[in-house]
Design a protein around this ligand. Structure first.
Ligand code: ADP
Length: 162
């Protein structure tokens, strides 16, 4: 594998253990991974862009991942990837339900920039059904999110929901 920077984009509202699983896999293959937090995420994010970025930074430190940098981005992903000198876009796959959307996204990005390759990592089986939305739902109804999100995120979610 050529020495290459990869960008792992997402909304990360908030970052979960599933995201960290993919990030760790990517960091074991690429020497430099940029976790790119999208500004233009969901309409009503639980956390502001600044908070999502700082939680991602804390989670990366908590997980002890090396070679990972957290940055925010807005606009076209391939343009951001290019401006970082990245040659790959990392995405995570859970169940087959992710496939169609990710396939469409990857082909669109390839049309926009054929030199940037999309690379997919399969999640661990304990995270197959985990999403940021699920974690938010559990939290909203007073459930324990510790198994699903890093400690810094569990604390931030508890602070927010009282
Ligand atoms: P987006 O809004 O771009 O889908 P997300 O933050 O929801 O942003 O997800 C970013 C990426 O992480 C996507 O490729 C998604 O499939 C992947 N992902 C999310 N949760 C998991 C998980 N539990 N296991 C593996 N990949 C995941």
């Amino acid at each position: 594998m050529r020495e290459m920077t990869a960008v792992y984009p997402g909304t990360f509202d908030p970052i979960t253990n599933g995201h960290l699983d993919i990030l760790a896999r990517a960091a074991s293959v690429f020497p430099h991974v940029i976790l790119a937090v999208a500004e233009n995420g969901g309409k009503q994010p639980m956390f502001s862009i600044g908070r999502r970025v700082s939680l991602c930074r804390d989670a990366v430190t908590e997980a002890g991942l090396e070679g990972v940098e957290v940055r925010r981005f807005d606009g076209l992903l391939v343009r951001f990837a290019r401006s970082c000198g990245a040659g790959a876009i990392v995405r995570g796959l859970r169940a087959t339900s992710d496939f169609e959307y990710e396939f469409q996204l990857a082909l669109t990005n390839r049309m926009l920039d054929p030199l940037i390759e999309s690379v997919f990592f399969m999640t661990s089986k304990q995270y197959v059904f985990l999403s940021s939305s699920t974690a938010k739902e559990i939290c909203r109804y007073g459930g324990d999110v510790h198994r699903f999100v890093p400690d810094c995120v569990a604390r931030a979610m508890a602070d927010l929901t009282g």
